[in-house]
Design a protein around this ligand. Structure first.
Ligand code: ZN
Length: 319
């Protein structure tokens, strides 16, 4: 039986960002609670991840930065690089587990232990740059997973779709020179939201021109605008690229109730987006797909959106 994996560590809440930080420890528990009370958790293959090893992290991050992050955690520095990226003693180990979750999910999908997977990780990753933490992100979990697919599994073409409401600057910058990793981001217009990048004219650099696609959306855009962007631009671009594996940076902060963004997606729209992306993965890469949690800050909407996301990932199960 092929199945959907839920990659989660009970240590994820140990990355304690304090009482007023949107990327709070309670996010992890809210997702698990929502899945458990509605009976979905029992139908998932729950896997506790191993930490990533440093060689896997170094494919994406500078050694000096890795050391600075570890030092900040070990010496009660309070934060790394900026106050928006707070640290406690456990933060380094938890971030290693979050990256390791994506590595383990990728391995399980590649060896067909799992059909697809959702990595319910924190801290998130897509803002993390090569040499600095940014936007609640420390290690770029998705980028580490994509590099692992290429180095460990010899894949040549990997697509990363990022539907978090914020542009995934760290992921784009890591792959923007590379024609073999397609990075597509749909996000709120950079004039109106952090991090201020992800303009439609950012299409890649050098040999990588054409392998970056940014789809900025005006504030107040909703289900109809997102569906149209997916049908006319995003899904055709992934299809034309013919990836061997699809990674999804799945933020849920484009939800209409999220406090950080101004996009108006319904919970149901995340279900629709998931179905369309999963169907595309079935068509182009045998369904090989790993979804990785990024943002999502209003806990009831986050729990509901992740529930419907996973439910639609499971529709592909073949008994
Ligand atoms: Zn976000």
């Amino acid at each position: 039986m092929s199945s959907t994996g839920f990659i989660y560590s009970p240590r994820f809440p140990e990355h304690d960002t304090g009482p007023h930080h949107p990327e709070c420890a309670e996010r992890a528990g809210a997702i698990c609670h929502g899945l458990r009370t509605r009976g979905l958790l029992a139908r998932l293959r729950v896997i506790e991840p191993k930490p990533a090893d440093e060689a896997q992290i170094r494919r994406v991050h500078a050694s000096k930065y890795i050391e600075e992050f570890r030092y900040a955690c070990g010496h009660d520095a309070g934060f790394v690089d900026s106050p928006e990226c707070p640290v406690v003693r456990a933060s380094y180990e938890v971030a290693m587990l979050a990256a390791g979750a994506v590595v383990d999910a990728v391995d399980a999908v590649m060896d067909r232990t799992l059909h697809n997977a959702f990595c319910s990780v924190r801290p998130p990753g897509h803002h993390a740059e090569r040499a600095h933490a940014m936007g609640f992100c420390y290690f770029n979990n998705v980028a580490i997973g994509a590099e692992h697919l290429r180095m460990r599994h010899d894949l040549e073409r990997v697509a990363i779709l990022d539907w978090d409401v914020h542009h995934g600057n760290g992921t784009q910058h890591h792959f923007e020179n590379d024609p073999n990793v397609l990075y597509i981001s749909i996000h709120q217009d950079p004039r109106t939201l952090f991090p201020g990048t992800g303009w439609s004219h950012e299409v890649g650099v050098g040999e990588g021109v054409g392998a970056t696609l940014n789809v900025p959306m005006m504030p107040a855009s909703g289900d109809r605008e997102y569906r149209q962007a997916f049908e006319t631009r995003i899904l055709p671009a992934i299809s034309a690229f013919r990836p061997e594996f699809l990674l999804l940076s799945a933020g849920f902060d484009a939800h209409r109730e999220d406090p950080l963004g101004h996009i108006m997606l319904s919970t149901e729209c995340f279900g629709w987006l998931t179905v369309r992306v999963r169907e595309l993965a079935e068509a182009v890469c045998g369904g090989r797909m790993v979804s990785v949690l990024e943002g999502g800050y209003y806990l009831p909407a986050l729990a509901d959106s992740v529930y419907i996301h996973i439910e639609k990932l499971m529709d592909s199960e073949v008994d």
